[in-house]
Design a protein. Structure first.
Length: 111
């Protein structure tokens, strides 16, 4: 009985977290043209919206809906933030030109 309960809880967590994480990732991929200052508030709004979508579900009733809402919000926010940090890393890297060959310099002007 306990094992069936744990399997049920695990399947429920997977059902809630998978779409939320995919939503966070999809937001970061599709909003690449926006600035970082605009993407962070929009990610928060998207996380709140995905959590609020579970409140209207008939399957989530009783005492479990706060857990489902919190889990959905956290999964969306964590997934989006992780991919946002990973994507914005190369943007902020220093633009140092690569050395063509050690000791190489432009040719001297013969004039």
């Amino acid at each position: 009985m306990v094992i069936a309960f744990l399997v049920f809880i695990f399947v429920g967590v997977v059902v809630v977290v998978t779409p939320s994480a995919a939503l966070g990732y999809a937001f970061v991929v599709t909003s690449s043209r926006l600035s970082l200052g605009a993407r962070i508030p929009l990610l928060l709004v998207l996380a709140v919206g995905s959590a609020a979508a579970w409140m209207g579900s008939a399957a989530v009733t009783g005492t479990l809906w706060p857990v489902v809402v919190a889990l959905s919000f956290t999964a969306t926010l964590a997934s989006g933030a992780a991919f946002l940090v990973r994507e914005s890393g190369p943007r902020r890297a220093a633009q140092v030109p690569a050395v063509v060959w050690p000791g190489w310099g432009p040719p001297a002007d013969p004039r």
